[in-house]
Design a protein around this ligand. Structure first.
Ligand SMILES: Cc1cc2nc3c(=O)[nH]c(=O)nc-3n(C[C@H](O)[C@H](O)[C@H](O)COP(=O)(O)O)c2cc1C
Length: 182
């Protein structure tokens, strides 16, 4: 077990005294634990004034179905991610097993240019102008309705303004620091 045994947080007991004990979790331990959490791999994309950007993500999930709303967390230490808030639109492209090469390209691992990354797939647009992957399991085209900085990441909240449901098939997951399909 990680964390100090003598430092269990009891928020309710401490709240009255105005004291909130903090339990410090090492970020490497946090990442090791998160490696056990299977995440569906997606590519968040945007387009602003003719400039495209795509980022491989697993930190994305549904928020509400009425209106259709989702969130994506993007690291704000990367200045290229500012394009998402500048454009005010983004698409979440849900990957299938055969899209592993796209996940690798958009993770920056091979240091491809933006054009080279997008050339790995076929893209069109739905409503917002953000790049939508043809053949994705699903594409959620969103307008940005809120953005909140939390620690190292910006949480983008998107209202879904366009949808495309693609073929059913094997989903691309990331688990134990590797790609899998299910
Ligand atoms: C499987 C996987 C999941 C990732 N999930 C996220 C994520 O949720 N949010 C994020 O900001 N970066 C995430 N990243 C890292 C970004 O993909 C990477 O930092 C970014 O694409 C690098 O872009 P650049 O080469 O243009 O700087 C993930 C990477 C991988 C391989």
């Amino acid at each position: 077990m990680y964390g100090r045994q003598d430092d269990h947080r009891d928020v309710s007991r401490n709240r009255g005294a105005g004291v909130l004990k903090r339990q410090t979790i090492d970020s490497k331990d946090y990442r090791d634990a998160m490696a056990r959490y299977a995440g569906h791999v997606q590519i968040a994309t945007t387009m602003h004034e003719g400039v495209r950007r795509g980022v491989t993500v697993t930190a994305a999930c549904s928020v509400s179905d009425n209106p259709g709303t989702l969130l994506v967390c993007l690291n704000h230490s990367n200045p290229h991610n500012e394009l998402f808030t500048e454009s005010g639109v983004f698409a979440l492209n849900t990957l299938m097993a055969e899209h592993k090469h796209l996940a690798v390209a958009f993770s920056g691992r091979d240091h491809l240019s933006v054009e080279e990354r997008f050339a790995e797939g076929e893209w069109d647009t739905i409503t917002t102008g953000a790049p939508a992957l043809v053949g994705a399991a699903a594409v959620f085209d969103c307008r940005l309705v809120d953005a909140k900085i939390v620690a190292t990441h910006t949480v983008l909240i998107g209202e879904v303004t366009g949808l495309r449901i693609g073929p059913a098939g094997r989903a691309l997951l990331y688990l134990d620091r590797g790609y899998h399909s299910v």
